[in-house]
Design a protein around this ligand. Structure first.
Ligand code: C2O
Ligand code: CU
Ligand code: CU
Length: 533
């Protein structure tokens, strides 16, 4: 690609609205399962998603690049490029031991401002990637912090002001894996090997044009619903398969989509298979939870074990997303209705559609006698007896998603928290009446995310049926709410109560964010500063 083309690339896609869509195949919702012929891309020691265990400061250069996502086609992307130990990485999967220092220089070779947010990490505000710290093209920003979080699958991504959705869609995101003693014990017990039997899985939805380039189309309703692609990819692999043997596999799954929610399940030819949820956003649960499905909204991670030790050679197992209702961007309107006319309004693969994500081919039987441990880790419950309750209400008005009636203002801090205190945050998503005729869109679920601190989900009240049926007890909490969380999906009609311990050891007051992780909602202002003083 020439320099001129590169320049045109960002201009063209950056300011586009109402781009024409050229589907490379029609009726994409009906994915032909026989076509999962591309080996799932796994992290090697270099290249795209290469595993980088930084032992020294390193540079992440945000730049424009190309990569083969669709077979034999090259797709223009934005990515982080790194070099370490003489090797080149693109969007490296970073792995670091708890307690160690992460020191990385961001160099901006994009044509617009950017910043890196270390999603899920407990860092001071200067290292948090808040858009107030975004840097101009050709500028640099040093990130330097000690990793205080327990072992888990975190991630890092752009947090550019009003441009996060665009930049993340084009590729500025990857994983950050923290390790500790509990993690090593599990890995040892089950004989797991990262990249072989411990599989990172970054799930995204994209739309490609006839050349293989990404299409990011805004519809006439602007940024109010969120982008849904018609093609599901995992680790930037189109219709991927993975050859497996008869043993336990671990999948660390990140939903790095802009707006799509997945209802994940494993299934063989006959029926859906139980699997074990062993971790969520902030690391291992205390004990494994046997489940048959798990919702995963943008920003969230789950860590699961799939026991294939009794599978026969020749068997096929699918990772799928099951159909669900209650998140359709246009369903209640009836196929477009008054909002029709936009390319993305009634997405060709709506939220809640069912599709396959990854094909697992059991290719051989091997001796394997490891058992899933009954205990994984310890989590101290947060004491909430003296906690103050703070209320957040999500709403929609004048084409904007709001938190407590407010749209994001860079300089305004509506919430001040005392350091060391524990608070209960109550997030309410009131059901909107049919009155406006926009109910389908207005009743979207919102994955609410908090920077700086992990939290505990205490209670779900008034959950829709498909969530309520997964509840573990009278508090309405579901398996994926357990453990430590930094993102929680709030469904239409729900009230979700979470507990946060605001203890930290950073000097001075720290400014963080609360926002919806549907990236178009975030960019559109569904975000709020909060400060810990
Ligand atoms: Cu992963 Cu502020 O976001
Ligand atoms: Cu975050
Ligand atoms: Cu939202």
């Amino acid at each position: 690609m020439t320099d001129l083309n590169r320049r045109n690339f960002l201009k063209a896609v950056g300011g586009a609205s109402g781009l024409l869509l050229f589907n490379i195949s029609n009726a994409r919702a009906f994915i032909n399962n026989a076509s999962f012929r591309n080996p799932l891309k796994l992290p090697s020691d270099r290249g795209m998603f290469g595993l980088l265990e930084p032992s020294a400061p390193f540079t992440l250069t945000a730049l424009e690049t190309e990569y083969e996502i669709l077979p034999h086609r090259s797709t223009q992307l934005l990515a982080y490029e790194a070099e370490a130990g003489g090797r080149q990485y693109i969007n490296p999967i970073l792995k670091i031991e708890k307690g160690n220092n992460l020191s990385s220089l961001l160099v901006n070779h994009l044509q617009e401002s950017t910043t890196i947010h270390w999603h899920g990490l407990h860092v001071d505000h200067k290292n948090d990637g808040h858009p107030v710290y975004q840097i101009q093209p050709l500028d640099e920003y040093p990130y330097d912090f000690s990793v205080q979080n327990r072992a888990a699958t975190y991630w890092y991504h752009t947090h550019a002001h009003r441009r996060t959705a665009f930049q993340a869609y084009y590729g500025l995101a990857s994983l950050l894996i923290v390790e500790d003693e509990d993690e090593r014990q599990l890995t040892g017990n089950l004989d797991l090997n990262f990249g072989e039997t411990d599989i990172p899985l970054v799930i995204q939805d994209k739309t490609f044009d006839a050349n293989g380039d990404l299409v990011y189309s805004r519809n006439p309703m602007g940024a109010t619903d969120g982008f849904l692609g018609d093609t599901i990819i995992a680790n930037l692999t189109y219709r991927p398969y993975l050859n497996v043997s008869s043993r336990i596999y671990r999948f660390r799954i990140l939903n790095a989509s802009n707006a799509r929610i997945y209802r994940l399940a494993f299934a063989n030819s006959r029926t859906s298979m139980p699997f074990y949820l062993i971790g969520t956003d902030g690391g291992l649960l205390t004990t494994p939870q046997q489940v048959t499905e798990a919702f995963l909204s943008p920003g969230e991670r789950i860590d699961v074990l799939l026991d294939l030790s009794r599978s026969r050679a020749g068997e096929t197992v699918w990772l799928k997303s099951l159909a669900f209702s209650g998140a359709n961007d246009c369903g209640m309107m009836g196929g477009g209705g008054m909002m029709g006319g936009g390319t993305g309004q009634c997405a060709s693969l709506p939220n809640g559609s069912s599709f396959s994500i990854l094909k697992l081919n059991v290719t051989r039987r091997i001796p394997y006698d490891k058992k899933i441990p009954a205990e994984l880790s310890t989590i101290t419950p947060i004491e909430t007896n003296d906690a103050e309750t703070r209320r957040f209400t999500l709403s929609f008005s004048m084409m904007r998603w709001l938190i407590n009636g407010l749209s994001f203002d860079m300089d305004y801090v509506p919430v001040t928290v005392t350091r060391g205190s524990t608070e209960v945050w109550e997030i309410t998503h009131p059901l909107t009446s049919m009155g406006m005729g926009m109910m389908g869109m207005m009743n979207m679920p919102h994955p609410m995310h908090i920077h700086g601190f992990q939290f505990h989900v205490l209670q779900r009240i008034n959950s829709p049926y498909h969530v309520r049926r997964l509840a573990l007890d009278g508090n309405g909490v579901i398996p994926t709410d357990m453990g430590l969380k930094d993102t929680v999906l709030v469904w239409p009609g729900e009230k979700v109560r979470i507990a946060i311990d605001f203890s930290h050891n950073f000097p001075g007051s720290q400014r963080y964010l609360l926002h919806c992780h549907i990236l178009e909602h975030e960019d559109n202002g569904m975000m709020m500063n909060y400060e810990v003083v």
